[in-house]
Write a protein that binds this ligand. Structure first.
Ligand code: NAD
Length: 468
């Protein structure tokens, strides 16, 4: 069994012993409910390539199932199973009423042209359709490593071609471009959620005291690995809203460092334009690929792939907090070693749940056929305006134009999405933290997060009366 799947099972088993869930029910929660493995041909020019792909629906206790699609040359069944299982627990932790799923296509998107990628995506979607593995009430994919809004738009278009007249067709996939029935705030959602979770943790006085830090994010030093969708948005939001100091970044082209803090928006603009960090003036390049991972810093944010911190490099990690933006970035040995060393590990299964949270909002928008804020925005503005007029009349004092504009502004879709995401991440954080504080023998947040998830899923099964 792969290291990654083993580590998910181990977290499950560790948490299960703290619950009184029936053994049979635990087994049902643990296993993948349906695994679809496909090999399909795609024509590239004059030749054909056979593509290996998967869709795993880990848990049918709630429907639809939900989870991203990964395009990577290292995709394999056990990796997809591990990721699908994490989705089930993630959805439960943040009260998203879905079962977990994941998809994987074994290709390197960097080596394919847009046309080739589109062909692979459309064929993969057709394969899912043939087996009833996609649909607004069945299984709803989203972006993951190597995929984004463009791929989601191809999936929607293919689905709609075969499901003419299906009223809720747009809800068959999330993470779509805003202009194609997506939702504002989905692209940044995972990174933003990581920031909210980290911010809540860093406000805890007792935890910060244990780590030798003052509470709050301001001025704290951070290293980020991976400036893709999750890492880049996290870095920007931590820099702009958290006033954190990003001192190091690791990408495919190497490790980059600036002890005074990197100008993240400028670096992201530069990388978007040039396709690399090489040559960006505000940083110095470190000699080896992963050198920045080992910098002295307050927070390390792995936001690339699983297994990047392992027995071979765990002893070099100097961060006080590891915020798991990626799925499974620590191997079991690294997790044990760093936990014992006193490093605070904010687990993936909670911390990167912002993506699926806003995907849920997008699905809600699609099945309700109305943009958030559309109905109430003007009413809110008029109501607040009248309140201010009344206050001015009673007090005889004037509210400044700037304050007035700020107070009467009704909520747009992006405001509602961000506030819903913040509410979700903060509420889930305290639910997990409560378990961590209350349970005597639970000494890590990952186990606390899994206990939270298992209890919610078991309650669902019990409500269904499948188990006594
Ligand atoms: P992405 O493809 O947009 O970005 C990944 C980035 O990591 C790329 O820029 C890539 O060059 C870089 N990278 C890969 N290997 C690296 C290495 N060894 N060192 C340094 N950089 C490396 O992917 P993403 O969507 O940002 O996903 C990243 C992680 O977050 C994955 O583990 C994914 O499962 C997880 N995740 C993503 C979402 C989402 O909404 N996209 C949601 C939850 C979890």
């Amino acid at each position: 069994m792969s290291e990654f799947l083993k580590s998910v099972y181990r977290s499950f088993d560790k948490a299960a012993q703290f619950t009184n869930i029936h053994k049979g029910l635990l087994e049902q929660i643990r296993v993948s409910n349906a695994v679809y493995r496909i090999n399909f041909p795609v024509r590239f020019g004059n030749s054909y390539r056979v593509i290996e792909a998967y869709r795993v629906q880990h848990s049918h206790h709630r429907l639809p199932t939900k989870g991203g699609i990964r395009y990577s040359p290292t995709v394999n069944q056990e990796e997809v199973e591990a990721l699908a299982a994490l989705m089930t627990y993630k959805c439960a932790i943040v009260d998203v009423p879905f079962g977990g799923a994941k998809g994987g296509v074994k290709i390197n998107p960097r080596e394919l042209s847009d046309k080739q990628l589109e062909r692979v995506t459309r064929r993969y979607t057709m394969e899912l359709l043939r087996r009833n593995f996609i649909g607004p009430a069945i299984d709803v994919p989203a972006p993951d490593y190597g995929t984004g809004p463009k791929v989601m738009a191809w999936i929607l278009d293919t689905y709609m071609t075969f499901k003419i007249g299906e009223l809720n067709a747009a809800a068959c996939v999330t993470g779509k471009p805003v202009a194609q029935q997506g939702i504002r705030g989905r692209k940044e959602a995972t990174g933003r959620g990581v920031y909210y979770g980290l911010r809540e943790y860093m406000q805890l006085k007792s935890e910060m005291k244990r780590l030798g830090l003052t509470p709050g994010t301001k001025g704290k030093t951070v290293v980020v690995q991976g400036l893709g969708n999750v890492g880049s948005h996290f870095a920007r939001i931590a820099h702009e809203e958290g006033e954190m100091k990003i001192i190091g970044v690791v990408e495919m082209e190497g490790s980059f460092y600036n002890p005074d803090g990197i100008d993240i928006p400028a670096l992201l603009r530069y990388r978007k334009e040039k396709g690399t960090i090489e040559g960006f003036e505000g940083v110095q390049k470190l000699p080896k690929q992963d050198d920045a991972l080992y910098l002295e810093c307050d927070v390390l944010v792995p936001a690339a792939l699983e297994g990047v911190i392992h027995s071979g490099n765990m002893k070099k990690i100097k961060a006080k907090i590891i915020a798991e933006a990626a799925n499974g970035p620590l191997t079991m040995e690294a997790d044990d070693f760093l936990t014992k060393k006193g490093v605070a590990i904010l687990p993936d299964v909670y911390l990167n749940a912002g993506g699926v949270t806003v995907s849920y909002f997008e699905w809600l928008k699609n099945i309700s056929h109305v943009r958030f804020g559309r109905l109430e925005k003007r009413f809110q503005e008029q109501h607040s305006g009248q309140m201010i007029d009344l206050i001015e009349e009673i007090t005889g004092k004037r509210v400044t134009k700037r304050d007035k504009q700020f107070i009467i502004k009704g909520a747009d879709e992006i405001d509602i999405v961000r506030s819903g995401l913040e509410e979700t991440m903060v509420t889930a954080f305290y639910q997990v933290y409560e378990v961590f504080k209350r349970r005597k023998h639970v000494n890590d947040l990952r186990t606390a997060a899994f206990i939270t998830a298992l209890q919610k899923i078991a309650n669902d099964y019990l409500a269904l009366r499948i188990f006594p």
